[in-house]
Design a protein around this ligand. Sequence first.
Ligand code: UDP
Length: 480
Amino acid sequence: MAETKDGRRRHRKPHAIFIPYPLQGHVIPSVHLAVKLASHGFTVTFVNTHYIHHKISTATGSGDVFSKLRESSPGGESLDIRYATVSDGLPLGFDRSLNHDQFMASLLHVFSAHVEELVAGIVASGEEVSCLITDTFFVWPAKVAKKFGLVCVSFWTEPALVYTLYHHVHLLRQNGHFGCQDRREDAIEYIPGVASIEPKDTTSYLQEAGETSVCHQIIFRAFQDARGADFVVANTVQELEAETISALQAQMSYYAIGPIFPPGFVRSAVGTSLWSESDCSHWLDARKPGSVLYVSFGSYAHVEKTDLVEIARGLALSGVSFVWVLRDDIVSSDDPNPLPVGFREEVSDRSMIVGWCSQKEVLAHPAIGGLLTHCGWNSILEAAWCGVPLLCFPLYTDQFTNRKLVVDDWKVGINLVDCKAVRKEDVAKNIGRLMGGELGDDPRKRAKEVKKILASALGNNGSSSRNFGQFVEELKNRIQ
Ligand code: UDP
């Protein structure tokens, strides 16, 4: 703690270097958390990859992601958020989602070296830096923080249930549920704070027999490194995962501070989209309340072409109106038009198909009555915030575990398909059930209840507000 001329003790202004994982679903909550920390008295140096910076600035026309915030919003100019970019080791035109393993390998070997150079440069410049806030999926944060004498904060952007599965992977190995031939198929009932979970509901990486992929290496090394973090802050809500979070809190400084949204939820002065957004509001304004299904598989996952075709046919059969975010690479970059011939014409009077949109704005629109989702965690939190029930179609990674929370635990959604095979008849039937058929009311009623839980968590004295306040206080104390 520094002293003023009259001898009074003065708190140093904390300065955090914040490094998000360079994927859309990680950058979005990271940006909003950075702004929140800046509005609580932090100086933040936020670091994007050149690629993410290029995509966002092209899509939103902003210089850096915070430039509009500094210029336009009340109080924005007083926020001390600096911005830096580093290379992830790949050319801008490289297709990162198609070549996922190569991308991950480059993050592991090249990006990590660039980040360390950047941190070293900031520290050497004489800037007082106090902490490093980085995505839990990086393998180096605790090591780098230690090297430069910084407090290490691990930012977890998925549910606590997923965190605890990775954190306890040694128990899965010991008990024969992972990492061996003839893995057990019965329920897992020994993870602290998790009463029971079926192997099919663990993350896709924990369901795979081999563990030699670069992603496995990254995840297990990252969770090893995270054991050295001083704090873990998580984009989840205490009340939604009470037992799992309590069990983690018995082992580490774990703070559930979610959902992390911009103030006002819908409109943010901070640019976060990697693609330019189509405006759906006029089209939605003309629809009846609760009548439209919003369909999105997020920013990164690919859908099998045969499944996509069945989903399209199911949507056509259902008769329901829908907005569908269909990224160019939803099947693969080599197949930008995978819809069945004639589909667009068949549904043209009751559909809007776009490449990307402002999802928060769409979900908050009264016309939306449901979300057909790949179960990305941000999408789940955003739908829950709006009281929108879900139709679940998990594709990979944490999405299987997220589905369990949505369908089995909170009961705010139902499964899109009844068995592994995607058939248009099941798709149409389940869309009908969610959007107003015989089961429509149950998840809808539960979604309204969960909406209240989230609102109260972020309200005055709500659990996430308290946890965030406590985290900031403890972090500041640690820094002095
Ligand atoms: N999103 C968006 N517009 C779209 C589709 C998605 O702004 O057209 C946002 C969405 O609001 C969410 C994020 O992209 O914040 C996707 O994150 P999620 O965790 O749901 O899935 P991921 O992309 O990580 O698989």
